[in-house]
Every structure is written in structure tokens, then in C-alpha cells.
Design a protein around this ligand. Structure first.
Ligand SMILES: Oc1ccccc1-c1ccno1
Length: 279
């Protein structure tokens, strides 16, 4: 998978470098390009915003820099050998194509062209809410592009223009307001990339995670068995794997019923034991 992120604060994305994602880049499981939108401005003041038509507070991100940045990403991904796997975040690749062509990855272009249009994700409070199902869906994409808006947002015509070139996906990460799309992009990038085979060392750790199957995860414990008067539940020390599995399932059901009854309502595969745990 290749991921490109466009932002006026490319250094914001450095956090991705500190995680398993950085390791995945080193292993060649993932390519990550971070692009400074100001590198695609067309005036000497490197202007990225202007006042809104129709009046109102705040500023709107201008369309042209976005179109130039997105075209650059498309052209690079479609032309063999023009976008290198960028593993040094914060180095906005406004450099001329020539010095990136040298560090080519022809497979990237094939993957993008073979798989059709890249997915353009535009973090926005006005989008559908991103969830684990969305993460699982996007984990199968070959190329994700994140457009990190700031100010009051991006000129709508960018989305309209991008429709032909991308699968455009406005996306919210929850019902609250942020100052820009960078943090939302990092949340989604982490949730998606951890599902790529090989990124998480032990794939079994993905099973029974919260939201993986509609239930929240069970409480977990480690040594010592007795800590400041708090004991590990006896069943977990019993070695009885069937009893442990039942206990863990019961705790997941109870926790989900207590914290997220809305999730429980969606489940249609509860067995008799499950219902007894909930009574
Ligand atoms: O509030 C925002 C501002 C800009 C970009 C994204 C967001 C947002 C809020 C919730 N999910 O995304």
C-alpha cells in the first residue's frame, strides 16, 4: 500500500514515524509520502487560503494548490519510478520529479494503475464516521491519499474536480471539531495500516480486539498475580482454557452492554451462554 498525505504542516505527520508504521516502511510493507501544500502554491507569498465567497468568518483553502498537489501525486504514482517510498516524514517532496525518479519503485505504479483510482480521504466533520469496518475496507486499497484541510476547509470545487480522478471519501473520526485534518488522518492511517499483513507482529493480537467482532475487549492482567491488594481473577490462573475463554467472552459482553449498548444491539450471533451472561 502507498499512502500520501498533503498538509500545510507536514511535520505534524512525524508521529507516524515513531510507530509500527515506521517499521512497516522500513520493511517495504508500506510507502508513505508527506507533501507540503505550500510547495504547490503559485505565488511568491505561497498563499493557500482566501476569504469565503458569500461572506462569513474564517478562511477557505484555495483550490489550485490542492489540484497541483493531487495531480503531482497521481502523475507520480502512474509514471514508473517517480515517487520513492518516502520514509523520512517531514521532507515534503516538492523536489523536482527528476531526483525522485532515481529512487524508483516501479511496482507502485503498477499497483496503482492495476487497482484503479486511488482513494482520496478528506477528513471532515461533515463526513460519515470512520469505524473499524471502514478501516478493514481501506486496508485493501492500493493507494490512499489524505487531504488535510485547515481553516474553514477546502474549496468544494477541489472535491468536485477530484471525482474523476479519485474515489473521494470525506470522513469524520467522531462528533467533535478539530483544527485540521492532520490528527484525523493519523488516526485513520494507524487504524488502517495496522491491519496490513505483517505490520502487527502477531496477527492473533488483532483477534478479539475491541470492535473487531462487534464486542469490546475483555480486561487484561499480567504479573504479579497480587498487586496492592488487587488480585488477578482466579480463573485466569486456572489453566482451564475453556473456562478462561468463557470468562473472557462474558466480560466482553458485560463491558459492551455497559459501555456501548448500541454495539450490542447490532449483534445477531449471541448464543445461549451469551444471553445468560447478559441476564
Ligand atoms: O473538525 C475537523 C476539522 C478539519 C478536518 C477534520 C475534522 C474532523 C472532526 C472529526 N473528524 O474530522
Amino acid at each position: 500500500m502507498r499512502i500520501d498525505v498533503v498538509s500545510i504542516f507536514p511535520e505534524y505527520l512525524e508521529g507516524l514515524r515513531l510507530s509500527l508504521i515506521g517499521k512497516a516502511i522500513d520493511q517495504g510493507l508500506l510507502e508513505l509520502g508527506v507533501h507540503d501544500l505550500r510547495a504547490f502554491t503559485v505565488d511568491r507569498h505561497r498563499t493557500v487560503d482566501d476569504t469565503p465567497y458569500g461572506g462569513g468568518a474564517g478562511m477557505v483553502m484555495k483550490a489550485e494548490p490542492w489540484a497541483l498537489a493531487l495531480e503531482r501525486i497521481l502523475d507520480a504514482a502512474a509514471a514508473p519510478g517517480s515517487l520513492a517510498p518516502r520514509d523520512r516524514l517531514g521532507e515534503a517532496d516538492e523536489a523536482a520529479p527528476a531526483d525522485e525518479a532515481a529512487a524508483a519503485d516501479a511496482e507502485t505504479a503498477d499497483a496503482v494503475t492495476a487497482a484503479g483510482k486511488p482513494v482520496l480521504i478528506v477528513p471532515s466533520p461533515a463526513g460519515p464516521v470512520f469505524d473499524q469496518r471502514t478501516a478493514e475496507e481501506l486496508a485493501h486499497a492500493d493507494h490512499l491519499v489524505f487531504a488535510c484541510g485547515r481553516y474553514e476547509g477546502i474549496d468544494q470545487r477541489v472535491l468536485d474536480w477530484a471525482q474523476e480522478r479519485f474515489e473521494c471519501r470525506p470522513m469524520s473520526i467522531g462528533d467533535y471539531v478539530l483544527n485540521g485534518g492532520e490528527v484525523a488522518s493519523m488516526v485513520m492511517i494507524e487504524a488502517v495500516t495496522r491491519l496490513i499483513p505483517g505490520v502487527i507482529g502477531n496477527p492473533e493480537s488483532l483477534a478479539e480486539e475491541s470492535h473487531e467482532d462487534g464486542l469490546l475487549e475483555y480486561p487484561i492482567y499480567t504479573k504479579p498475580a497480587s498487586w496492592r491488594g488487587h488480585e488477578v481473577p482466579e480463573v485466569l490462573l486456572s489453566g482451564n482454557h475453556q473456562a478462561i475463554a468463557r470468562w473472557r467472552r462474558d466480560r466482553r459482553l458485560e463491558r459492551t452492554a455497559e459501555v456501548r449498548p448500541d454495539l450490542l444491539a447490532r449483534l445477531d450471533d449471541l448464543d445461549r451462554g451469551d444471553r445468560e451472561a447478559l441476564d
